[in-house]
Structures are given as structure tokens and as C-alpha cells.
Design a protein around this ligand. Structure first.
Ligand code: NAP
Length: 248
């Protein structure tokens, strides 16, 4: 679904896309060869390796093969490293975390000095979003599967980012009045009332929206998903502009 959305969004803004679909049993060496070929292709400004990769492939080796200047997903270990370092800036920030911060900025929500609680510490969402918020001077707490008493931590949060992958894990009554809640989760659950027999929910209890307790809650579907795509388009155009400048 995400790949389809990315392709459609590129089409809408005039970015040409093409896919290289490889068999699930492709060797790591062959996959790296494809990535290196794209690095050398001047017509390509952004390379996305769709994760997760099959288990026999070392993800870090593949992501490290992407040219830094074409790493529009921002997953190259060097870009992630710079994102986590004080005073350094990566060439690209990962799209979902960047989209979360952009949502806050676009709504004029202050970040500096606020208590931000990020639930989830994955390399693609939790860890980078926590670091981006830290860079913006939030006081950040990161919760994960071994964290004790998550509800009491969340109750202290001005900004909550839920990136867990468990349907409606964060309950409405954990949220402090006035808090801002960013729901990154995309989970499919069974629903006999729907034609497809399922529906999509976030990592935050859907009932939160109606309580009016939070000052903002991002919807699922919607919210972070479309922002992720928008940030991918921005990263790609930034990469293209940098490549043009470098040629002049
Ligand atoms: P992930 O790699 O599976 O990471 C999940 C994180 O949640 C891990 O850090 C894990 O902790 C933590 N976790 C799992 N169970 C927990 C529990 N019971 N209590 C507290 N923490 C727990 O997932 P992800 O790739 O970050 O994705 C998270 C969600 O965001 C998914 O629903 C995914 O579909 C969605 N997503 C949405 C977008 C978008 O554009 N909207 C983009 C990417 C992902 P440990 O580290 O301890 O295992």
C-alpha cells in the first residue's frame, strides 16, 4: 500500500519513478549491485530500499550501499548517526519522523522545553523521532517493550508519539489534558461490519478523539501517513536541487 501511495504521489508532482522488483531469494551481493548501479545513474536522485528485507540479507550492508546524496529515506547509518549527534545535520532526515515534527511546526505547537514521550524505538520511527525532538530541545522519554508502567510516563507528556505497531495500545485515559498526540501506528484489525472484513486503526485508542482531552490528535488513516509521503517528496526534490547545484 505504501509503495503504491509513494508512486502515485510522485506522479502527481512530476517525479518519475521506477521499481526494481527482485525475487525474495536474491543474494545480498546482487541487491547491493542494484543499489550501486542506481548510485551511478545521474537520472536518479533518490533511492528507496523497501524494508523489511528478507531475513538472509543484512539490512545495514544494503542501506550503507546507498549513496549518501541519494538516501532520501534517511536510513543510511551515517545520516542516522548525524541525526543523533548534537550540532550535526544529516543530508536527509527519515520521512516519518520528519513528518511528525513538521505536523507540530505547521500547527504552531511549541517543542522546546516540553515533555515528549515516544513509545517505540525502531530505527525507522521511534529512535529518529526521539532524536529530532531532542534536537528541538524537548525533554524526551523513550518507552519500549521493557519499559515499566508506560501509562504513568505518558500521563506526564505534553507531546506523545506512539510508534509501536499494536492496535489502540495507548488508552485515552493515559493522556494529559491539552497534550498533543501523534499516532504513527497503522494496524489492520478484523471488523465484520466492513465490506473488506477489516479496518485500519492506529496505536492510540480511537475513542481519544471524541473525549476532547487532547488538544490535537492525528487521525489514522490520514495524519502521519500522508505526511510521510510528503516528506519523501521533499527529500527527493532537495536531493535533486543539491545535485543540480553541484553540477553548476
Ligand atoms: P517496530 O520496528 O516493530 O518497532 C516497534 C517498537 O515498539 C519497538 O521499539 C518495540 O520495543 C516497541 N514495542 C512493542 N511492543 C511494545 C509494548 N508492549 N510496550 C511498549 N513498546 C512496545 O515498528 P515500527 O516500524 O517502528 O512501526 C511502528 C508502527 O508505525 C507500526 O504500526 C507501523 O505500521 C507504523 N508506521 C507508520 C508509518 C507511517 O507513515 N504512518 C511509517 C512507519 C511505520 P522493543 O524495541 O523493546 O522491541
Amino acid at each position: 500500500m505504501y509503495v503504491r501511495f509513494k508512486r502515485k504521489a510522485c506522479e502527481e508532482v512530476g517525479i518519475a519513478t521506477f521499481d526494481t522488483v527482485l525475487p525474495a531469494d536474491v543474494s545480498e551481493a546482487d541487491l547491493v549491485k542494484v543499489v550501486r548501479g542506481l548510485n551511478e545513474n545521474p537520472a536518479v536522485n533518490g533511492i528507496l530500499v523497501q524494508l523489511p528485507l528478507p531475513k538472509h540479507i543484512n539490512e545495514e550492508n544494503v542501506l550503507s550501499a546507498i549513496g549518501l546524496d541519494k538516501d532520501v529515506d534517511g536510513f543510511h547509518p551515517l545520516n542516522i548517526g548525524k541525526l543523533c549527534m548534537k550540532g550535526r545535520s544529516p543530508l536527509f532526515e527519515p520521512c516519518t519522523p520528519k513528518g511528525c515534527v513538521e505536523l507540530l511546526d505547521r500547527h504552531g505547537i511549541p517543542i522546546a522545553g516540553k515533555n515528549a514521550v515516544v513509545i517505540g524505538r525502531s530505527n525507522i520511527v521511534g529512535l529518529p523521532v526521539a532524536n529530532l525532538l531532542l534536537k528541538r530541545d524537548a525533554t524526551v522519554t523513550v518507552c519500549h517493550s521493557k519499559t515499566a508502567d508506560i501509562p504513568s510516563i505518558v500521563r506526564n507528556a505534553d507531546i506523545v508519539v506512539a510508534a509501536i505497531g499494536l492496535p489502540e495500545f495507548v488508552k485515552a485515559d493515559w493522556i494529559k489534558p491539552g497534550a498533543v498526540v501523534i499516532d504513527v501506528g497503522i494496524n489492520s484489525i478484523a471488523d465484520a461490519t466492513k465490506k473488506a472484513g477489516k479496518r485500519t486503526v492506529g496505536d492510540v485508542e480511537g475513542a481519544l478523539m471524541a473525549t476532547g482531552v487532547a488538544s490535537y490528535v492525528t487521525p489514522v488513516p490520514g495524519g502521519v501517513g500522508p505526511m510521510t509521503i510528503a516528506m519523501l517528496l521533499r527529500n527527493t526534490t532537495d536531493g535533486w536541487k543539491r545535485a543540480l547545484d553541484a553540477r553548476q
